[in-house]
Design a protein around this ligand. Structure first.
Ligand SMILES: Nc1ncnc2c1ncn2[C@@H]1O[C@H](COP(=O)(O)OP(=O)(O)OP(=O)(O)O)[C@@H](O)[C@H]1O
Ligand SMILES: N[C@@H](CCO)C(=O)O
Length: 321
């Protein structure tokens, strides 16, 4: 569950009075998610999400995240739109934490997406990349290649308690990626955490994208690699190349990949898998005492990494050129 910070009712009422959204009708903590505290907020004017920013989100990055959601909204991407208070500020403080109110999005996240929905996701991802082109702020990706070794250092001593040989496997993978990571591919604003729980559908269509708190400037095709990892593996660990082909084809309906991006796809997928293996491993080994959080399984990404290590080219992901 993700309610790390309790908000007393009187503090909430005073906070909401600072906005032109009417009086509070109801207010409820949201169990999903692991990063921030989220409340569902219903007022006389409608439905909103109140977010209190927790540990991994740096306060200095919030203008980037909130500004990006505003920017993307004006360019037709359906994402939460931060609500500005009566003074024109999108970012406030509540219960001692930075906090913001954003619009509530309709739709459902789909746990087991079909190939058709993977195609719709691919298209939505490329639209997001296109819409982010003229966003003026920059944020380096703290969880790209240079950030992985410090994470491994944090986890290495205990990694083998999670799975025998994990420390050495992860170390070897990181060495290999450091020697071959591409640098000269098209870059721009990426979402960087576009998992199935962050995409809402109505029917077969993407109705909205949430959770921009890892968004940053990085390689566009790396974002695609994150989605291939998150959307195209089955429960039994097998890679579904039909879904993968559909996701990439959806992406290319909006932005065609350059030959260098196609060639780099296997290595980008390895990097994306290692990134989530490492953050999950660190979280798995460091559950804060008394926290109501169920850490995500790092070994899921150890198994995905094994698939990517065997991939010879983009053809293994259904991209035959
Ligand atoms: N704008 C929104 N509209 C509707 N529901 C939302 C919105 N924002 C968040 N939610 C709901 O709150 C849940 C948690 O939100 P979110 O994924 O942003 O939290 P998080 O702690 O950052 O999670 P994660 O673990 O994915 O990083 C979502 O799964 C969704 O159900
Ligand atoms: N999407 C991430 C967690 C949220 O940052 C994961 O599945 O590891």
């Amino acid at each position: 569950m993700a309610v790390y910070t309790d908000v007393p009712e009187d503090a909430l009422v005073a906070f909401v009075e600072g906005y032109d959204i009417g009086a509070v009708l109801s207010f409820k903590g949201i169990a999903e998610g692991v990063e921030n505290t989220n409340y569902f907020l219903h007022t006389e004017r409608g439905s909103y999400i109140l977010t209190l920013y927790e540990k991994r989100v740096r306060e200095g990055d919030l203008p980037f995240f909130l500004g990006l959601m505003e920017h993307l909204s004006t360019r037709g991407i359906v994402c939460p739109l931060p609500v500005r208070d009566r003074r024109g500020e999108a970012l406030g403080r509540l219960a001692g934490r930075p906090a913001a109110i954003a619009t509530f999005l309709e739709g459902l996240s789909i746990r087991r997406p079909t190939a058709k929905r993977c195609g719709a996701l691919g298209e939505a991802l490329a639209r997001l990349h296109e819409a982010g082109r003229d966003f003026p702020l920059r944020r380096e990706n703290a969880l790209s290649l240079p950030g992985w070794r410090p994470l491994l250092h944090q986890a290495a001593a205990q990694a083998d308690t999670v799975s025998p040989g994990l420390a050495a496997r992860t170390q070897a993978e990181l060495d290999r990626l450091e020697a071959s990571w591409p640098t000269d591919l098209p870059a721009g604003v990426i979402h960087a955490d576009l998992f199935v729980d962050n995409v809402f559908f109505i029917g077969e269509d993407v109705s909205g994208i949430i959770d921009f708190y890892f968004a940053c400037n990085d390689l566009l095709a790396y974002d695609l690699a994150i989605c291939l990892n998150a959307w195209c593996f089955e429960q039994d660990g097998s890679y579904n190349v039909t879904k993968s082909r559909a996701l990439i084809a959806g992406y290319e309906r909006v932005r065609r990949l350059e030959p260098a991006e196609v060639a780099a796809l296997p290595i980008l997928c390895r990097g994306a898998a290692l990134r989530f293996l490492l953050t999950r491993l660190v979280d798995w080994l460091n559950v804060p005492e008394g926290a109501f959080v169920r850490p995500k399984d790092p070994l899921e990404y150890d198994r995905k990494l094994a698939f990517h290590r065997r991939a010879a080219s983009a053809a293994d992901y259904g991209l035959d050129r």
